[in-house]
Design a binder for this molecule. Structure first.
Ligand code: FPP
Length: 252
């Protein structure tokens, strides 16, 4: 029996979000510069995007660059931006062929101009693929921070109130969600963190409220389809109660 056949294909998480951690440590263990960890990590990105599509995941969010990552040495930031640009350029035709639609969450305007340009191009060229039933939305979190996102949404809602478009009584979870970068996307069912740390690191703070969290010691450059399958199997063994009792869940 191969690994995939043990998965319940009727219970594949719709939205998987990944904190791709451990690139630096992976490189250090091999006495390589940190940037090599990111470079090999880009290969993991390609493999996991393909795997997510094959497994029937609808949305894959990858935490590629946080608002805090700007504090890293400028050489590392530059290398990450170059890797991102090269990745987008090289993957566009593959995305078009395989119904993969790119989205981006985060402060896109803070990214270097050339990265913004290729991002906008790939987002636009792949936009009409998101409606395909077999398609995958690849959602890149770039210059993303959960607190920044929530603050931005709060400002947008406050401005709607000030303009008299809504009253405070109209503010609901749905209305607030519609002002987040993830508007229109389902909340993540499963958040995976590689590299063994047990932190959310400012990732999808609002959206991950009911997500199952899976932490693996495997560092991102070593993360492969088999690791993703393991995470999904673990997810399938969990009971998602959303505040109800176990008995209530079984009754439904
Ligand atoms: C965390 O590892 C990883 C990052 C800050 C960057 C992730 C980027 C990539 C995988 C490559 C580029 C992305 C795409 C989408 C092409 P870390 O450096 O913090 O690792 P450490 O905790 O071991 O130091």
């Amino acid at each position: 029996m191969n690994a995939k056949s043990e998965l319940d294909l009727n219970n594949i998480p719709k939205h998987v979000a990944i904190i791709m951690d451990g690139n630096g440590r992976w490189a250090k263990e091999r006495k390589l510069p940190r940037v090599m960890g990111h470079k090999v990590g880009t290969e993991s990105v390609k493999i996991i995007v393909k795997a997510a599509k094959e497994l029937g995941i609808s949305v894959l969010t990858l935490y590629a660059f946080s608002t805090e990552n700007w504090k890293r040495p400028s050489m590392e930031v530059q290398a990450l931006m170059t890797l991102l640009k090269t990745y987008l350029k090289s993957e566009l035709s593959d995305m078009l062929q395989n119904n993969i639609s790119l989205r981006c969450i985060g402060q896109m305007e803070k990214l270097p101009g050339d990265v913004q340009e290729i991002l906008v191009q790939v987002i636009n060229e792949t936009a009409n693929l998101s409606g395909m039933s077999s398609g995958l939305i690849l959602n890149l979190a770039l210059s993303y921070g959960g607190r920044e996102e929530i603050t931005m949404a709060a400002k947008a809602v406050a401005e709607q109130c000030i303009r008299g478009e809504i009253s405070t009584g109209d503010i609901s979870e749905e209305l607030f969600s519609s002002q987040l970068y993830t508007a229109g996307l389902p909340d993540p069912d499963l958040v995976i963190r590689t590299g063994g740390e047990s932190r959310l690191s400012n990732f999808l703070l609002w959206q991950a409220s009911y997500a199952e969290i899976y932490i693996t010691e495997t560092k991102w450059p070593d993360f492969r389809k088999g690791n993703l399958i393991e995470a999904i199997k673990d997810f399938q063994e969990r009971e998602r109660r959303y505040g109800k009792t176990s008995e209530q869940v079984k009754e439904n």
